[in-house]
Write a protein that binds this ligand. Structure first.
Ligand code: DUT
Ligand code: MG
Length: 149
């Protein structure tokens, strides 16, 4: 089942491109870097905020997540530092991607490169119901490996 959703998008610069779903079942649409000037070189263990030149109107009740591309991570050690980056439905600014180079080699980012992917998802908004205690569960407070290796 695919749920189609209309997303209004503005290309803020001439370099900007629409995100692209690269296969019929792709969950994420690839985001392109869009900036003027020379390539941005990510030094080893350095981060950079990469512009995409796009702004979105995400419908109320939805969000977008910025996730890394596994190829960039597996082949070059490039991650989205705050992954998944959260794009709020009321955000109207430029979508930016925070890349981090985990590797020991410099990594160039050119305008036009596919740098990350954007995934749209429904949002559950909590109505916090403060109480003095919570119902029992078998797990209780166990975590951080409590169930074993
Ligand atoms: O990878 C990201 C993450 C966020 N944003 C934009 C959209 C998002 O709606 C806004 C705020 O993001 P977030 O809530 O994660 O950051 P914050 O540090 O809490 O900033 P704010 O106080 O503006 O909410 O910044 C991006 O462009 N890229
Ligand atoms: Mg915030």
């Amino acid at each position: 089942m695919v749920i189609d959703v209309q997303i209004r998008i503005v290309l803020l610069t001439e370099r900007a491109k629409l995100p692209e779903y690269k296969s019929t079942g792709a969950a994420g649409a690839d985001l392109f870097a869009a900036f003027d000037g020379p390539p941005i070189t990510l030094a080893p263990k350095a981060r950079a905020i990469i512009l995409t030149g796009i702004a979105l109107e995400i419908p109320a009740g939805a969000e977008a997540q910025i996730r890394p591309r596994s190829g960039s991570t597996a082949n070059h050690g490039i991650i989205v530092l705050n992954s998944p980056g959260t794009i709020d439905s009321d955000y109207r600014g430029e979508i930016k991607v925070i890349l981090f180079n985990t590797s020991d080699a410099p990594f160039p980012v050119n305008s036009g490169d596919r740098i990350a992917q954007i995934v749209f998802a429904p949002v559950l908004r909590a109505q916090f119901d403060q109480t003095d205690d919570l119902p029992h569960s078998l797990r209780g407070g166990g975590g951080f490996g409590s169930t074993g290796q």
